[in-house]
Design a protein around this ligand. Structure first.
Ligand code: SF4
Length: 92
């Protein structure tokens, strides 16, 4: 199945969800695909958070590390955090 988003519209909901998830897996960098599979498996909250942050950041680890969406409920739980976090209200 072609999984471009415009091809999802006419699918039943279950198939639409599956197609979108498979698209996320297929288009992720190879090193992150296992995270997406684990997240969609529904048994790992950590994998779900990691996959969400990666998707949100176009699969760019650095973007997750330097996430400045301070009001995101996942921010304190996101992966790839470092000790050198900017303070809220910093240099923006
Ligand atoms: S913490 Fe940041 S990277 Fe993760 S989902 Fe929220 S806004 Fe996106």
């Amino acid at each position: 199945m072609d999984t471009r988003s415009e091809d999802y519209r006419n699918l039943p909901d279950e198939q639409k969800i599956e197609a979108r998830r498979q698209h996320a897996i297929d288009t992720a960098p190879k090193s992150y695909r296992a995270t997406y599979v684990k997240a969609y498996g529904g048994n790992s909250k950590a994998a779900a958070i990691k996959a969400m942050c990666l998707r949100c950041s176009n699969n760019e680890r650095k973007e997750v590390t330097h996430c400045r969406v301070f009001d995101c409920p996942l921010r304190d739980y996101r992966p790839y955090q470092t000790d050198a976090e900017p303070d809220e209200g910093g240099d923006e």
